[in-house]
Ligand binder design. Structure first.
Ligand SMILES: *Cc1c(COP(=O)(O)O)cnc(C)c1O
Length: 366
């Protein structure tokens, strides 16, 4: 029978709409948004100046190939700019990759507490998202490899993962890659790579450079503090760059984003300040919150997963309400299958101290 109105393709209406982190605490004068992993230091002043200077050019189409930005990224990381594609946030790139490589009946693997965008972009193509169990809130390479079938076309791995903050060493990433059939694309989402201080970690550049089926996605939304501009990039094999460029919106990155991105990537000192701030306060928050008796998953990123008991008055939802009433907005992560946890973004010194004090009062029943 012919439908009487337009019908979304299969899978689309199975998508649970993405709910961004809260940003409001009604009735509270001063609000600290610690729910979206934004940097407390903001962007480089040079990025702000570059953005502002574009105000006189709003009528001009941007450079559709974002050449200047790809060249600046290439210089910063020692990469061939022809192997880079820029997007309106890495979300854009994840959508493009899904649309290029998935179709009805295919499967794409992500981990149980993996980034929510992966099942969303998968369902949008008519393919099936397969959630693979983690071990200790960490991606489990053996479990992922076991889940691969003839229908598998993509494995999405956030490393470090959001919202758990955990990471797998580069040796494990390479073992995962070795175990995958050559026709399966491994997407390494390294949105938090800059924050990681572990010498067994690598974002994936070496693997992309030497394999035909690996891409690495990066973002300007986190350490560069440009989340509002929507800017990300990926490093990929030439055939993948070619395919993605064919379906990419021809002007998917604005001129203001290109200009600010170039300035941000070149301001190494600002990145170093942000990294140093994070390293110090991540350790401090982990220690202070653990001391209160709450379980904290050790994180290498710019946020922490805090676990709450299931006793009445002490749950994650109770804590969320208590903290919000003090203007401290964390992320309730039930959508990530973590109903007993809150995710806390590392904030300014003031925000961090307020969170610890508030959690203490919450647990003391004040
Ligand atoms: C924040 C984040 C991104 C970045 O998304 P943008 O679209 O670039 O803002 C990508 N992946 C993960 C896992 C993230 O947490």
């Amino acid at each position: 029978m012919t439908a009487t109105r337009p019908q979304p393709r299969s899978g689309v209406l199975d998508i649970a709409p993405y709910v961004p982190g809260k940003s409001k605490a009604p009735g509270v004068a001063k609000v600290f948004k610690l729910s979206s992993n934004e940097t407390p230091l903001g962007p480089s002043p040079r990025a702000i100046a570059a953005y502002t200077s574009m105000a006189a050019h709003l009528h001009d189409y941007p450079d559709g190939s974002a050449s200047e930005l790809r060249e600046a990224i290439g210089r910063a990381f020692g990469l061939d700019p022809d192997r880079i594609v820029c997007g309106a946030g890495s979300d854009d790139l994840l959508h493009l990759l899904a649309n290029v490589y998935l179709t009805d009946g295919d499967e794409a693997i992500h981990t149980t507490h993996g980034f929510l965008i992966y099942p969303i972009v998968t369902l949008g193509t008519g393919a099936r998202p397969i959630a693979v169990a983690e071990t200790n809130y960490t991606a489990d390479v053996d479990a992922i490899l076991k889940a691969v079938t003839k229908r598998t076309k993509i494995v999405f791995l956030a490393n470090p993962n959001n919202p758990t903050g955990t990471v797998i060493p580069f040796d494990e990433v390479k073992r995962l890659h070795r175990g995958l059939p050559g026709n399966v694309l491994l997407v390494l989402d390294a949105a938090y790579a800059e924050y990681v201080r572990r010498n067994d970690y690598e974002a994936g550049i070496e693997l992309v450079a030497t394999a035909d089926n690996v891409v690495m996605c990066r973002t300007f939304s986190k350490i560069h503090g440009l989340a509002n501009l929507r800017l990300g990039w990926m490093f990929a094999p030439a055939q993948i760059v070619d395919a993605v460029n064919r379906i990419r919106g021809p002007f998917n990155v604005s001129g203001a984003a290109i200009a600010a991105g170039v300035a941000a990537i070149e301001d190494v000192e600002h990145q170093e300040r942000s990294r140093a701030h994070n390293t110090h306060w991540l350790a401090w928050l982990t220690q202070e919150i653990s001391r209160l008796g709450l379980q904290v998953t050790p994180s290498v990123a710019n946020f922490l997963l805090i676990h709450f008991p299931q006793t009445k008055g002490r749950t994650a939802q109770d804590a969320d309400a208590f903290l919000t009433a003090r203007g401290l907005i964390l992320r309730y992560v039930a959508a990530y299958k973590l109903p007993n946890a809150l995710r806390l973004t590392v904030g300014t010194e003031e925000a961090n101290r307020l969170v610890v004090a508030a959690l203490k009062d919450f647990l003391d029943g004040k």
